[in-house]
Design a protein around this ligand. Structure first.
Ligand code: 9YT
Length: 134
């Protein structure tokens, strides 16, 4: 069994800060744990408004706290996000996220992240990245 806690992980290389200033992500479970998915606690900063397109990954996102909105760009549909909302990017959906307040999200990625990924110019994570071993 593996046991980790968020506070410890936040003070390690597991915490990645978005170079564009929209979020941070503490990656509690990664590819090298051999579970077939990764699990992260993400903070979306208040006022963030940005696009993502996870071409190489599927992602599910559960809102723990805070409020905002997610829009699927293919059809312009907008969905409110509040504590308890789960959105599931099952179609590699290009999407735009807006945070009206700081949002805490629990995120699962398949395939699992290696640990150091940040968004490329398309808003995707590359499949190749340096692993985090902390
Ligand atoms: C909600 C979302 O996708 N935010 C970007 C960060 C990502 N969740 C991550 O790397 O944990």
């Amino acid at each position: 069994m593996i046991v980790r806690d968020l506070k410890t992980a936040e003070n390690s290389d597991r915490k990645i800060v978005d170079p564009n200033g929209n979020w941070d992500s503490t990656r509690l479970l990664l590819e090298n744990d051999n579970m077939g998915f990764s699990f992260h606690i993400t903070t979306i900063f208040a006022g963030a408004d940005f696009r993502m397109h996870y071409k190489n990954h599927l992602e599910s996102v559960y809102c723990i706290s805070g409020e905002g909105e997610v829009e699927t760009l293919a059809d312009g549909k907008r969905y409110p996000i509040a504590p308890g909302t789960l959105y599931i990017l099952d179609q590699h959906d290009e999407h735009r996220l807006r945070a009206s307040s700081e949002m805490k999200m629990a995120c699962v990625f398949n395939p699992p992240l290696k640990g150091t990924e940040v968004h490329n110019a398309e808003g995707a994570y590359e499949l190749d990245a340096d692993p985090v071993t902390a």
